[in-house]
Design a protein around this ligand. Structure first.
Ligand code: PDD
Length: 284
């Protein structure tokens, strides 16, 4: 990780030499937004909607961007090229910048822009399916903004990992699944695919939106309706989506198998079709 080339406010440097002030509000208060775009064969995947969401997140927080859209794309590509990133992801983060620790947001704060690559091969993923543990969703109520306030998700995934699970599904106070720690959650029942409606209670995934098109192409129906862990255990299949993981089967919830505990055919077909669509989704 430390060997990569990072971008920080106009400079490319070794990640270990990259620096941000200790007074940065991203560091002190989680006052920062981020995006993660997948990269396949050196090309960004579905990047335009990721940038739309980035500018929406900034707008919702009234945070200025230190770079315009074209500049951000140019830097993303430069990060890919300087790191010879073939398959993986580009992480980008904008923080509001530094100021006195008085909790006040001031207009003259200078935002920071940071990017770095994440190396892994999404095409080489293990698709046997993952086991998830359900845990209470203890996050704030603007989960539609992609901020770096990820402590609740990080705790949830770590607790799940400690108990031998691969990930956590977070559950609201009424007993409905909101989403995974860093992904959207779905169940399959016959020819209907259920996933929670996108309001302030979940992040509206870019992969989710693209997957809706693929689901319809397959002649299946998307139902934007919340479901409980019990409904998920009794469903035909369950899966998650996110950038770089696309559709990953969920085969076990809280220790109970879904169906026969094998990755579901619908999920695997969605994944296959997403991979087939990669060329259409990629930007050089
Ligand atoms: N996470 N929900 C949450 C809470 C997320 O953090 C993410 C993405 C998603 C899926 O969004 P998308 O399809 O746009 O990637 C849903 C990224 C990958 C991360 O934090 O690494």
């Amino acid at each position: 990780m430390n060997n990569c080339i990072a971008y920080v406010n106009g400079e490319y440097c070794k990640a270990e030499d990259a620096k941000i002030s200790i007074f940065d509000r991203g560091f002190l208060m989680g006052d920062a937004v981020y995006e993660v775009s997948a990269v396949i064969k050196g090309c960004l995947i579905d990047n335009e909607p990721h940038l739309d969401r980035l500018f929406r997140s900034l707008g919702e927080l009234n945070m200025p961007s230190p770079a315009n859209r074209a500049e951000i794309i140019r830097i993303q590509k430069e990060v890919i090229s300087r790191n010879q990133l073939d398959n993986g992801e580009v992480y980008l983060q904008i923080t509001r910048g530094s100021g006195p620790r008085d909790f006040l947001i001031k207009e003259d704060m200078q935002p920071n822009l940071v990017m770095f690559p994440l190396f892994f091969d999404p095409l080489n993923a293990d698709n046997r399916g993952i086991a998830v543990q359900t845990l209470p969703d203890i996050r704030w109520l603007r989960r539609d903004i992609k901020t770096t306030q990820l402590l609740a998700q990080s705790l949830a995934r770590s607790i799940a990992a400690h108990h031998g699970f691969d990930d956590a599904w977070m559950v609201d106070s009424e007993g409905y699944v909101t989403e995974g720690s860093a992904n959207n959650a779905y169940i399959v029942k016959g020819d209907r695919i259920f996933t929670r409606y996108a309001n302030n209670e979940i992040l509206n995934g870019i992969t989710r939106r693209t997957m809706f098109g693929i689901i319809k192409e397959m002649g299946l129906t998307v139902v934007e309706q919340a479901f409980t862990p019990r409904e998920a255990i009794l469903a035909d299949e369950a899966f998650i989506t996110s950038a770089g993981n696309w559709a990953t089967p969920v085969v076990n919830i809280d220790g109970e198998m879904i169906g026969n505990g094998q990755a579901g055919a619908v999920t695997l077909e969605l994944r296959r079709r997403y991979i087939t669509a990669l060329e259409q989704l990629s930007s050089e």
